[in-house]
Write a protein that binds this ligand. Structure first.
Ligand SMILES: NC(=O)C1=CN([C@@H]2O[C@H](COP(=O)(O)OP(=O)(O)OC[C@H]3O[C@@H](n4cnc5c(N)ncnc54)[C@H](OP(=O)(O)O)[C@@H]3O)[C@@H](O)[C@H]2O)C=CC1
Ligand SMILES: O=C(O)C1=N[C@H](C(=O)O)C[C@H](O)C1
Length: 266
């Protein structure tokens, strides 16, 4: 069976890569695109894609659904729109595969309940790169033994959310294994507010934004006379595409929301 895929955010850095990935996958068909620009045109009409990329562009998800009947909506847009897109897709019984980051805990809880109640699968993956997922899992394991931890995430300077979704997910996984623990000196004082980064359960997260970067993260675990450094680098957006393909295939078999690629990597 061919999986009918719609993409939101197709003109973006990740979206463009995902369009090519779906178009080149024999088990998938790109049936439509959700966007607020170039509505009524096709991808090819935008001059960003080859002439045979004829998926039509819609502004409204309901109309996109009724005219093109996608099985899956891949969302690669912005933190501002992703919650509405995902909720609306679930209500229309389109399975969301979401790479967009920036969800609040409350939004994730609401979408989890909606997915469970409607029995429509949904995958939200803060990072589709297998190496990044391994870094998170290794950090989770190491935190039991080395609970003094700082996360440094480094991204291109067009990124909207901070900390990154990957850093938030890493901190969440670590906090499940790490004993409750305040780090640093009890009388530590910031001379410039923010100098010590964001505080997640006593761990620190630092966000670096610079041109030239793609997506990079280090987890530093300090101990007496020692430092364990776990590092992952995505040098290009191709690094995320095997995770996108795996998620599109897997969401077809699910009836609940899955948060994180670690739950579906076999
Ligand atoms: N999970 C993962 O592995 C990865 C996740 N990401 C995440 O994916 C998201 C996209 O990243 P990236 O491609 O770098 O960002 P870009 O800014 O390059 O792309 C976002 C695209 O979405 C478009 N867009 C904005 N609003 C809407 C809307 N309402 N409907 C449809 N399209 C819309 C934007 O258009 P315009 O610019 O005209 O507003 C733009 O073309 C981010 O949240 C990022 O953190 C990124 C890489 C990997
Ligand atoms: O915006 C990005 O580029 C990325 N966003 C995701 C995140 O917030 O972790 C995944 C990856 O780091 C790239």
């Amino acid at each position: 069976m061919t999986i009918r895929v719609a993409i939101a955010g197709a003109r973006g850095k990740m979206g463009k890569e995902a369009v090519h990935t779906v178009m080149n996958n024999p088990e998938m068909e790109l049936v439509s695109v959700l966007d607020y620009k170039e509505v009524g045109k096709t991808l090819a009409d935008t001059n960003l894609f080859p002439a045979d990329f004829t998926a039509p562009i819609f502004l409204d998800l309901k109309e996109l659904h009724s005219k093109t009947q996608p099985d899956v909506l891949v969302d690669l847009t912005t933190p501002e729109f992703v919650y509405d897109h995902t909720k609306h897709a679930l209500e229309l019984k389109i399975r969301p595969v979401v790479g967009t980051t920036g969800f609040s805990d409350e939004e994730l809880e609401e979408l989890t309940a909606l997915s469970r109640n409607s029995k429509i699968g949904c995958i939200i993956a803060p990072n589709f790169a297998v190496g990044a997922v391994l870094m998170m899992k290794f950090a989770e394991q190491a935190a039991k033994y080395l609970p003094d931890i700082e996360i440094i995430e480094m991204h291109h300077d067009q990124k909207l959310d901070a900390p990154s979704g990957t850093a938030m997910k890493t901190a969440h996984l670590i906090s499940q294994e790490r004993p409750i623990h305040e780090q640093g000196h009890v009388r530590e004082k910031e001379t410039i507010p923010g100098a010590r980064g964001a505080n997640y359960d006593g761990m620190r997260i630092h966000s670096v934004r610079l041109p030239g970067l793609v997506a990079h993260q280090q987890v530093l675990l300090g101990g007496d006379g020692q430092l364990l450094t776990l590092r992952h680098d995505s040098f290009n957006r191709g690094s995320f595409m095997s995770g996108v393909v795996l998620s599109i295939k897997t969401v077809m078999e699910k009836e609940e929301l899955i948060y994180g690629l670690e739950h579906i990597i076999v």
